[in-house]
Design a protein. Structure first.
Length: 277
């Protein structure tokens, strides 16, 4: 299923929609419930208004995807269309009923739909990856394959969940970008991070300006980028590719150390397994 998911929703709702098991049906809105695994918790007001306007003029053109539930049907993909139809008090909505989708697949499809439509904010995306990792025991490599991303990208996304709830809220609201968040992760201490976050929002700082502020807050002078030995960089890249996480090698004349980052207990266990096998 993972390889098929990696190709996107077209692999899930192809031209086979005319087959019996995927035929388009009209289902009452009252018989449909939201997906409990829906990774997107915020539905942008402006985009919803635009969708409602479109549905009002043209109707629901693209069927939603559902699966049988206890008292009707549960949405797999297309919750925004369902909500728009509700707002317009439409009685029925076109839907494709899938009987072969379990909880894991439902979450996977919902994440992919939202990512392809660019409707997940960075925090929602990170939480969805964490659920796949923690609840459904997917490795970061498997998640990356399904989402068309490399393991390092998934790991960096999960790092955002190490920020405080206040800062995560700013990111969800669009006040801070993923680039700002990456800089904040380099700052030690929640209070310092919160102060910098508020300054970013108040002054509209760019990511580069945020980096300079973070360095000053930490008592450091703006850094000049040190050129790393190409051989060391090559080793870092090889380890990064093998372990699927951020690697930093601090190399001295006679000694040094290798820093390996992990972002959850499961991620640590994954790394230990790779290193000790």
């Amino acid at each position: 299923m993972g390889k098929r998911l990696g190709k996107g929703l077209d692999a899930l709702i192809p031209e086979t929609a005319n087959k019996d098991k995927q035929k388009v049906e009209k289902i009452k809105l009252t018989d449909i419930v939201p997906n409990p695994f829906q990774p997107r918790k915020r539905f942008g007001e402006k985009k919803m208004e635009e969708l409602v306007s479109s549905v009002k003029e043209k109707g629901v053109i693209q069927p939603i995807l559902v699966r049988p539930a206890a008292n009707g049907y549960e949405i797999i993909a297309g919750e925004r269309r369902w909500r728009a139809a509700q707002e317009l008090q439409i009685n029925e909505i076109p839907a494709i009923v899938r009987t072969d989708i379990d909880d894991v697949n439902s979450l996977e499809i919902s994440i992919i739909e939202n990512i392809q439509r660019e409707e997940l904010n960075p925090i929602e995306e990170a939480r969805a990856f964490r659920e796949l990792n923690d609840k459904f025991k997917h490795t970061l490599e498997i998640i990356g394959t399904m989402m068309g991303k490399d393991k390092t990208t998934i790991s960096n996304s999960l790092r955002l969940l190490g920020l405080s709830e206040d800062i995560q809220f700013y990111i969800e609201d669009g006040d801070l970008s993923a680039g700002h968040a990456k800089v904040l992760l380099s700052v030690l201490g929640d209070q310092k991070r919160k102060r910098i976050a508020k300054t970013i929002i108040e002054k509209g700082l760019s990511v580069r300006e945020t980096e300079n502020l973070a360095q000053k807050t930490s008592g450091k002078t703006p850094r000049t980028r040190k050129i790393k030995d190409p051989e060391i960089s090559s080793i870092e890249e090889e380890l990064r590719h093998k372990l699927g996480t951020k690697i930093n090698i601090l190399h001295g004349k006679k000694r040094g150390k290798i820093e390996i980052q992990y972002y959850s207990n499961d991620d640590l266990q994954r790394l230990l397994h790779l290193i000790l096998q």
